[in-house]
Design a protein around this ligand. Sequence first.
Ligand code: GAR
Length: 215
Amino acid sequence: MADTRLPVVILISGGGTNLQAIIDAQQRGELPIEIRAVISNRADAFGLERARRACIAISVVEHTQFASRAEFDQALQTRIDATGAQLIILAGFMRILTPDFVQHYSGRLLNIHPSLLPKHRGLRTHEAALAAGDAQHGASVHFVSTELDGGPVIAQTRVPILADDTAATLAERVRAQERIIYPLVIGWYASGRLRLSDGQIVLDEQILRTPRLIA
Ligand code: GAR
């Protein structure tokens, strides 16, 4: 029987709790994907160990070994394309990508960001949400565009900010929700329900004008 699973590559830089959630969902038979490789820009990322335990091919492309961002991205692109992946999943990949790289994977590059975009782009989002006095925080899954954390948002999950929250407690609650929302959106994409068309998100053949909220 033909293999209908979507070949994907997952890019990481750190602990890989999102990666683990994707692996677990795939192993439970909930995600029609085949993880061709996990690639990290850091050799010490614990996520590589998670991939190894799941018998997934791993690869390291260290950004420190390249003279420029463009050369790093080119090497990364070559490594990704050698796997035949059709979807590239950023799961805690902490590098800014060049426009050439992003355009090469247009409509095939997903990211999860720990804030309710467009709020709090960039780093230290939990600190930013606390400092802003926000009542709610959360995470967003989006298609990557050339604007940093600026691509079309597919889905969001919200958590309340509690009076005694610190950046660490807030981050932990957000991450628990990320582990739910990211596999779900990847499943939509892999099963053909989700695509990017002329810069607009199409979900179940309808244009999605506001992010789908997932509790
Ligand atoms: C996650 O919270 C993810 O949203 C964030 O990094 C963390 C990675 O955790 N990503 C970004 O900040 C991207 N700009 P993990 O390695 O345990 O999945």
